[in-house]
Design a protein around this ligand. Sequence first.
Ligand code: ADP
Ligand code: MG
Length: 275
Amino acid sequence: MTVISSRPSSPNSNDAPRLITAPPLLRAKGLRKTYGRIVAVDEVSLEVYPGEVMGIVGESGSGKSTVLRLLNLEEPADVGAYTLDIPDYAGVNLFTLERFARRMVQIQHIGIVYQNPYLGLRMRYTSSGNVAERLLITGERRFSTLREAARSWLAASEFPLDRMDDPPRKLSGGMQQRVQLAKAIALKPRVLLLDEPTTGLDVSVQALVLDTLKRLQRELHLAMVLVSHDLGVIRTLADRVLVMRGGRVIESGLTDQVLEDPQDAYTQQLVHAKL
Ligand SMILES: Nc1ncnc2c1ncn2[C@@H]1O[C@H](COP(=O)(O)OP(=O)(O)O)[C@@H](O)[C@H]1O
Ligand SMILES: [Mg+2]
């Protein structure tokens, strides 16, 4: 595994200035998304560097999931630009791509884990089949090879392999999230998007899933955008954090700084309520 010198040893370490040499992997600028008269997201901009974890916090309805859907190219923003530093598309506003090209970028370069496993998985396929399906795009069709690859990604996600032929609907919430994770990383994306990945899990299970996420993030040098209303989750994983309210970013900075010394009155309220 390559160790990038610009990355601090601990995700939240503040002791050394971050030496950023690579350009941002992900840039979103001025995103706006409306649904009828509801402004779900407005003037949201963010940059995420290779191997960096960007957290997004905010109360329910603040626009967090909408930002992730935009970053996952599930729908285009009404206004704004989104670029990824990936071959063939550097500098291209991905919202302008045709549907097929957008889908290819999404599959090859972006992984996503939803809070609700029904959004991310086919609940009646086997768990290994869910991961193998993702690998079909590589052109591989041999069942044994696909199954072996699926097994190794499930193992990387610390999924209990004796359950790999069970459909997700028969699994616990923690196991379902591990299948989603295996599927999300199976094509080695540069960016992993996580929408409340551990919300609703038992606290002890949540801690184990977070450990797995942290390890995979380091080993695969993933850039992550992690949405959570849980400041503990953000503190554990995120290098930097954006605080959203009413569709806008109201505060941003290094996670430790924002959580220890919030400047905005709303963030102060959030921090004091949750910690
Ligand atoms: N598909 C949609 N249709 C209509 N309104 C939506 C849709 N998605 C989100 N919204 C609205 O946009 C706002 C932000 O929602 P969301 O991004 O889900 O917030 P969060 O994830 O922070 O809870 C909310 O008012 C929500 O009701
Ligand atoms: Mg949400």
